[in-house]
Design a protein around this ligand. Structure first.
Ligand SMILES: [Zn+2]
Length: 142
C-alpha cells in the first residue's frame, strides 16, 4: 500500500521529452498521451493559465489580419469605383477600369449568365460587364 501511494504522488518524470506547444514547458510523462499543452491551472489570484487557449488565440491572429487586409482592399476598390463614376458616369469602357486600377477579378463574388454577361459584386457597387462591346455598367447597392 505504501509503495503505491509513493508512486502516485511521486515526482513526475520527463523522459519522453514532451513540451507544451505554447510555452515549451515540459509535459510530464504521465500526462495523457495526446497532451500538447500544460494543464489548465489557476494561480493564487484566481487568474487562469491556459496554454491551449492562448496558443489557439495566437494562431487565430494571422487570419484576423488577412481579414483586415481583405476589408481594406475592398474599401480601396470601392473608393476608386466611386471616383470613376463621379468623373466618367456609370457606363465606362474597359480602359477606364484599367486606368482606375479596378480589377474585376478582385470582386467579392461574381456570376456569369449564359449570354456571357459578367456581374461582379464589390463593396457598395455592382459592375455588369458586357464582353461584346466592353462596356461596364456600374450601379450602387447597399
Ligand atoms: Zn504551457
Amino acid at each position: 500500500m505504501k509503495k503505491k501511494f509513493t508512486e502516485q504522488t511521486g515526482k513526475f518524470s520527463y523522459l519522453l521529452k514532451r513540451a507544451c506547444k505554447y510555452c515549451s514547458a515540459p509535459i510530464h510523462d504521465k500526462a495523457h498521451g495526446a497532451s500538447e499543452f500544460c494543464p489548465k491551472t489557476w494561480d493564487e489570484n484566481g487568474k487562469v493559465r491556459d496554454c491551449k487557449t492562448a496558443y489557439h488565440r495566437e494562431n487565430d491572429k494571422p487570419e484576423r489580419e488577412i481579414q483586415a487586409e481583405y476589408n481594406g482592399r475592398n474599401k480601396a476598390i470601392k473608393s476608386r469605383i466611386e471616383f470613376l463614376v463621379k468623373k466618367h458616369g456609370d457606363q465606362v469602357p474597359t480602359e477606364l477600369l484599367d486606368t482606375y486600377d479596378i480589377d474585376l477579378t478582385e470582386c467579392m463574388r461574381y456570376q456569369i449568365d449564359p449570354s456571357g454577361i459578367l456581374t461582379s459584386y464589390f463593396l457598395s457597387y455592382i459592375i455588369v460587364s458586357n464582353p461584346f462591346n466592353n462596356i461596364h455598367k456600374i450601379s450602387f447597392h447597399d
